[in-house]
Structure formats: structure tokens, C-alpha cells
Design a protein around this ligand. Structure first.
Ligand code: SF4
Ligand code: SF4
Ligand code: SF4
Length: 179
């Protein structure tokens, strides 16, 4: 077992009962991250998106957190007040199975950086309902032992990510037959 270390984790707490779906957080985030800053507002470039169900008066702000190269096999469905949502609806992963959290022009992933240069994130400042709260939590976790990969392993990993096991195995087979 590794040693326990104390760590500060920054996060944004969301109080769903207060959210009214105004999308001010999307506007603020996209404006703050525009180049130059505040030169444009475009919610499709926001790192926080609000899942809207106006009929049921349900609004869920989701922040783009981790990046995944491939989607999971999410097949769960949530039903809230009679409306069905897929697992993806409330997922903050930047995932290739959907367009959300990718820049519509460049296709680059849009990850929440918690507005690192600001004392308080812009979406938190912009929310008129006080639905978002910036928090710094002290957590205790096991120290991670970093396993360093050598160049060959890194190269293999990149090839595997790009082409998959089968294609690489076929190529090795073909090359070994030629030799
Ligand atoms: S968006 Fe989230 S839940 Fe949906 S496939 Fe991607 S990682 Fe899984
Ligand atoms: S914390 Fe900053 S980057 Fe993250 S969603 Fe809010 S405004 Fe966007
Ligand atoms: S700004 Fe606040 S109330 Fe408006 S959609 Fe975003 S989280 Fe909800």
C-alpha cells in the first residue's frame, strides 16, 4: 500500500434545484475562452453545457472534465419525471461519440480548466441563481507510483491507439513472412 498524501482538489459544486436553464454559464465560459478574450460568445464553444428539459423544468449544467479516446459502452438509461435520458446526457467526458465539448471549427477538445487564472471561475461568477459554487476540498489519497514507459513502449502505445491490435498483428505477420 502507498503512503497517504493530502491534496487540494478544486471543483464546482452544482445545486440543481437552483438552475433555471438561463445558459449564462455557457455564454460566460465561451466569451472568456474566446481569442481575444471576450471577443465572441458562442455556447457551442463552452466548456460547460446545460442539458435542458424545459417541459419538465429540469436543467443540468455539465462541465467538460476528462478526455477519452473512445466512448464507453454506456447503455444505461435514466428516467427523470417520466423523461428518458441516456447515460451520455449527464457525462462530462470529452468523448468522440458526440459533438459536445469539441470546437465546432477546429474539432479540438474543449476541456474545463477551472479558469485557472481567475480567483473564481467565470461560470460561477456569471450564474445569477447561485447554482454554481467553486470549492477547494482537501482530500487524502494514496500516493501514485509513476510508472515511466520507455520510448519503445510509448511508440507501441501510440500505434495501438491509432491502428488497434489486429492491424498491428497482421502487419507483423506479413513482415515476418517476407523475412
Ligand atoms: S459520452 Fe460519456 S457515457 Fe457517453 S459513451 Fe462517451 S464516455 Fe461513455
Ligand atoms: S470553470 Fe471556467 S472553463 Fe470551466 S466551465 Fe466554468 S467558465 Fe468554463
Ligand atoms: S448560469 Fe446558473 S442558472 Fe443559468 S444555466 Fe448556468 S448554472 Fe443554470
Amino acid at each position: 500500500m502507498g503512503e497517504k498524501v493530502k491534496k487540494i482538489v478544486k471543483t464546482i459544486r452544482v445545486d440543481l434545484d437552483k438552475c433555471n436553464g438561463c445558459r449564462g454559464c455557457e455564454i460566460a465560459c465561451s466569451a472568456y475562452h474566446a481569442t481575444p478574450k471576450y471577443s465572441a460568445m458562442n455556447p457551442s464553444r463552452s466548456r460547460i453545457r446545460v442539458v435542458m428539459d424545459q417541459f419538465n423544468d429540469e436543467y443540468v449544467p455539465i462541465r467538460a472534465t476528462d478526455y477519452a479516446k473512445a466512448g464507453c459502452d454506456g447503455r444505461r438509461v435514466y428516467t427523470i419525471k417520466g423523461k428518458k435520458y441516456s447515460e451520455c446526457s449527464f457525462c462530462g467526458t470529452i468523448c468522440p461519440t458526440r459533438e459536445m465539448f469539441f470546437d465546432p471549427d477546429s474539432g479540438l477538445p474543449l476541456q474545463c480548466d477551472l479558469c485557472a487564472d481567475e480567483k473564481e471561475p467565470l461560470c460561477v461568477q456569471a450564474c445569477p441563481q447561485g447554482c454554481l459554487t467553486f470549492e477547494e476540498l482537501e482530500v487524502e489519497e494514496e500516493e501514485k507510483v509513476e510508472v515511466k514507459m520507455d520510448e519503445m513502449e510509448l511508440g507501441m502505445k501510440a500505434l495501438l491507439d491509432k491502428f488497434g491490435v489486429q492491424k498491428i498483428a497482421d502487419t507483423f505477420n506479413r513482415l515476418s513472412q517476407k523475412g
